[in-house]
Design a protein around this ligand. Structure first.
Ligand SMILES: [Mn+2]
Length: 318
């Protein structure tokens, strides 16, 4: 299937690349890498985003090919959904995808619904970036330093710096190849993992203050209200990774962060450490993800009720 996708891309003239909403390092990194590789092969490529690129990814090469989708609705030979578990993850860009002559879905989420004409889902890959690296191999594209920076960012993001259980021997082999392109690993790592905005630090404080340890410390729950979000002055992207504060507490198996959105929705982030399958919990609420990292959104939910439902699900999985 990946070969089929490689052939379809080789035949296409103009290509749209669509990372998931609230794009993370893997979604943005793999999209920009693919854009760089394909434009180097003479294709006309646009990366259409749902929102502005988070500041921490502002250093990535290829951003000149990316922009926030404005609803103009161009028609593309191929639209590629990247790192998207289902079609709803395209948000307002769904029509762009559906109007394309050929639709492609490249992903690594276990909950992927297979929504394109050409679906390639490899749950054994730690990041969508690994799949893009392989796709380059099939297309005879040699990633230059710029694409290598993007792919390394994608892979290091989704593996938490090669620390999560999704990290495989292949992950390291690909990273090794990327390092041969002369990328500055220390610089990328510092930008991705060690740089925090003042708003994020304050938000961490809010999250820690809300922390509850339940079921003999096996469940950790954090709640961030609209009010707390406003007080901290944090941006949306600053919520990224905060769940790890709860997950990392010794004795915790399942961690959840409930966030009240301005529009009344409740956004839930889930993490587990060894045996709880949080993607199963997320799927129950039409969300998705991976076994140890997943999430879902309850439209117009009540924070207290969502908390109760979720706790019941998590208790049942301990
Ligand atoms: Mn990913």
């Amino acid at each position: 299937m990946l070969k089929k996708i490689a052939e379809a891309l080789a035949d296409a003239g103009n290509i749209a690349i669509l990372p998931h909403i609230a794009a993370d390092g893997d979604a943005i990194g793999s999209s920009l890498a693919l854009a760089l590789g394909l434009s180097g092969a003479g294709k006309e490529v646009s990366v259409l985003l749902e929102e502005q690129v988070p500041q921490i990814y502002g250093f990535l090469p290829g951003l000149e090919m990316a922009g926030v989708y404005g609803g103009d609705g161009g028609k593309y030979d191929i639209a590629v959904a990247l790192d998207c578990g289902d079609i709803e993850r395209l948000g307002s860009r769904k029509p762009v995808f559906e109007k394309a002559a050929v639709t492609v879905n490249i992903d690594h989420h276990t909950t992927n619904t297979g929504f394109a004409m050409l679906d390639y889902v490899d749950t054994g890959c730690a990041a969508a970036g690994e799949i893009i690296y392989r796709l380059f191999g099939l297309m005879g594209i040699d990633p230059g330093k710029d694409a290598a920076i993007c792919l390394y960012t994608a892979i290091t993001s989704d593996t938490g710096g090669f620390r999560y259980s999704n990290t495989t021997s292949a992950t390291h082999i690909i990273a090794s190849e990327l390092l041969k392109k002369g990328i500055d690993v220390a610089d990328i790592s510092r930008r991705i993992f060690d740089t925090v905005s003042p708003g994020k630090v304050r938000l961490m404080g809010e999250a820690v203050n809300s922390l509850e340890l339940l079921e003999n410390g096996r469940i950790a729950l954090m709640t961030v209200s609209c009010e707390a979000m406003r007080r901290s002055g944090a941006a949306d992207e600053d919520t990224d990774g905060i769940i790890n504060i709860a997950r990392n507490i010794s004795g915790v198996e399942a961690a959840a962060m409930l966030r009240e959105m301005e529009n009344g929705d409740i956004k839930v982030n889930l993490r587990s450490n060894s045996y709880v399958d949080v993607s199963a919990v997320a799927s129950k609420y039409s969300g998705g993800g991976h076994i140890k990292a997943a999430g879902f959104t309850v439209r117009g939910g009540d924070l207290g009720k969502v908390r109760e439902m979720l706790l019941e699900d998590l208790r049942g999985m301990l």
